[in-house]
Design a protein around this ligand. Structure first.
Ligand code: ADP
Length: 221
């Protein structure tokens, strides 16, 4: 993924190697004159003129008359939102933990611990999604004196068609919005198949947090 891009008149434009160097020089030495930038690069001021115009126009640099160029943090924010709009579910999805409809609540609790997850997906004999089990679903079923080995999960799960899903090519941001809007912790990542929806991954609040942190820790320029 190339983050060093910007938009002019709706067209996506990529920063050249030299332009990236120029932004870095300004970032580290601001305020700095065009002459000084040219000296760093051992080029003439005239050669850099178009690059400086582009970088100023695209918002990477601020130019102040008689002072020089400053680095404008604005560009990084723009880049960050551009980058967020490129992240796909498939880049960040983790493995789903699946249980069969007839497995018991006890089995599901074990699977949740063993798989170290907070949401389980329930599948039928065709391996298609039929339900979701959250931690609280299992806690609720555990209240009282019921035999957890005697209750199949299909009795207590949230079932289709009321399952919120996402697809591998969806934007991660759309998945994050669904988690917030539906007030849930996880989404199954699914693929359409003849018999129903096959579960191929999992997106959770942790996934979103990881992506968020990763974005901020990456070098912007
Ligand atoms: P918890 O209940 O442990 O806080 P959630 O907030 O994820 O976890 O779940 C709340 C309720 O929503 C539960 O009953 C659960 O079955 C259901 N649920 C969880 N994920 C989904 C989903 N992707 N689609 C529909 N319902 C879901």
């Amino acid at each position: 993924m190339n983050i060093n891009v910007f938009y002019i008149g709706g067209d996506i434009v990529e920063l050249s190697e030299r332009q990236r160097k120029m932004v870095k020089i300004v970032k580290e030495n601001e305020p700095i004159t065009g002459e000084q930038i040219a000296d760093y690069l051992q080029l003439s001021r005239a050669t850099l003129r178009p690059d400086l115009a582009i970088l100023t126009m695209a918002g990477y640099l601020d130019a102040r008359p008689r002072v020089g160029y400053f680095y404008s943090g604005k560009a990084e924010q723009v880049l960050l939102s551009d980058k967020m709009n490129q992240l796909k579910v498939k880049q960040y999805q983790s493995h789903p933990v699946l249980v069969k409809e007839n497995e018991t609540v006890y089995d599901a609790i074990s699977a949740m611990f063993l798989g170290d997850v907070g949401t389980l997906f329930v599948i039928n004999e065709d391996h298609c999604l039929t339900g979701v089990l959250s931690r609280k679903d299992l806690l609720r079923a555990s209240l009282g004196n019921q035999d957890l080995n005697a209750i199949p999960v299909h009795i207590i799960m949230t079932r289709m068609p009321n399952i919120t899903v996402c697809y591998q090519d969806d934007l991660l941001l759309e998945g994050a919005k669904l988690l917030i809007d539906k007030q849930i912790d996880g989404l199954p990542v699914v693929k359409d198949s003849e018999k129903g929806l096959q579960v191929v991954g999992r997106i959770t609040k942790t996934t979103i947090t990881k992506a968020f942190v990763e974005l901020f820790l990456q070098d912007e320029i």
